[in-house]
Design a protein around this ligand. Structure first.
Ligand code: CUA
Length: 322
């Protein structure tokens, strides 16, 4: 059998591995539709070919027999497909409602999409992360928005895909059934690095989740530069700015602080703390020559303390201070 009528924990020819309750709802319906389609495809195409051969005209003056309508046949081919479609509609609709309406006792996570990365915030736990870490067997509700263009949050193993829009919240939810790491992809073309706009959802056990939250707290007690490093990671800055000098869609952070930057209008400026602040809040003002300048503003996302911490961290990545 190509597919089975139960959700498979292994990837199949048709579908990736199933790792959420949503997949358990979607996969049997998908399989049923595939099998129904195969059945009618073979039936109809087979009959068409058979009739074409069986009832072909053999002589030029051959006339077909007059065929009278068959009430019984017409009733059957009207009623049977109607009942089947109603059944499929009911199945699909109830599954859709289940997939759309989050259950009670959910873990609340805010998702922010930007060109080109994802950020996750746990409002009740006061934690931010560039990975979506969730306990297994726990329903998770995602309230999502974008700071720039339309993105789409897609986790194939969970069978969830929902557009993430600027100036509007969209909501989706899932309950992971299997511990492991899964890819979050962007499924809406959103610019140069769309294909690289990925993140990880890490499904862990409940104790591991508690330990992770514990490790993530205590952020404010860290030294400034270490806080800056965490902020750079958590805000997805490294999606575009490399830390090791590698080229990317934005200038690398390595050795950038204290170096002279040349901008697209030809002006120059040594990268100091003020320039770091300006670049984070008003990225389009002075774009480094050779780059397009597609960075969104982080005003409202990063406060003064955050910016200071990031500048401090960038300063540790270079030898000389300006
Ligand atoms: Cu974000 Cu494609």
């Amino acid at each position: 059998m190509l597919t089975s009528l139960i959700a498979s924990t292994e990837a199949t020819f048709w579908l990736p591995r199933a790792a959420s309750t949503g997949a358990e709802a979607v996969d049997p319906l998908f399989d049923a539709l595939v099998w129904v389609s195969w059945f009618f495809f073979i039936l109809i195409a087979g009959l068409t070919i058979w009739f074409a051969v069986r009832y072909r005209r053999r002589r030029d003056d051959e006339m077909g027999e007059e065929v009278r309508e068959s009430k019984a046949l017409e009733v059957v081919w009207t009623v049977v497909p109607t009942l089947m479609l109603l059944g499929i509609f009911y199945w699909g609709f109830t599954a859709y409602v289940d997939l759309t309406v989050p259950p009670k006792n959910i873990l609340d996570v805010r998702v922010t999409a930007r060109q080109w990365g994802w950020q996750f915030e746990y409002p009740e736990q006061g934690t931010k992360s560039d990975q979506l870490v969730v306990p297994v067997g726990q329903a998770v509700k995602l309230t999502m928005s974008s700071v720039d263009v339309i993105h789409s949050f897609y986790v194939p193993e969970f069978r969830i895909k929902r557009d993430v829009l600027p100036d509007r919240y969209s909501v989706t939810w899932f309950e992971a059934t299997d511990v492991g790491d899964y890819d979050i992809l962007c499924a809406e073309y959103c610019g140069t690095s769309h294909s690289a706009m990925s993140a990880l959802v890490r499904v862990v056990t409940k104790p591991e989740f508690e330990a992770w939250l514990e490790a993530e707290s205590g952020f404010d007690d860290l030294p400034l530069a270490e806080r800056g490093e965490l902020l750079v990671r958590k805000n997805g800055c490294t999606q575009c700015h490399s830390l090791d000098g590698a080229p990317g869609v934005a200038p690398t952070f390595l050795g950038s602080f204290g170096s002279e930057r040349t901008f697209i209008d030809g002006s120059t400026q040594v990268m100091d703390r003020d320039y770091v602040r300006e670049s984070i809040y008003y990225p389009a003002r002075r774009v480094v020559k050779g780059y397009v300048g597609q960075m969104p503003t982080y005003k409202g996302t990063l406060d003064d303390d955050d910016v200071s911490a990031i500048a401090e961290y960038l300063a540790t990545m270079t030898k000389k201070e300006p």
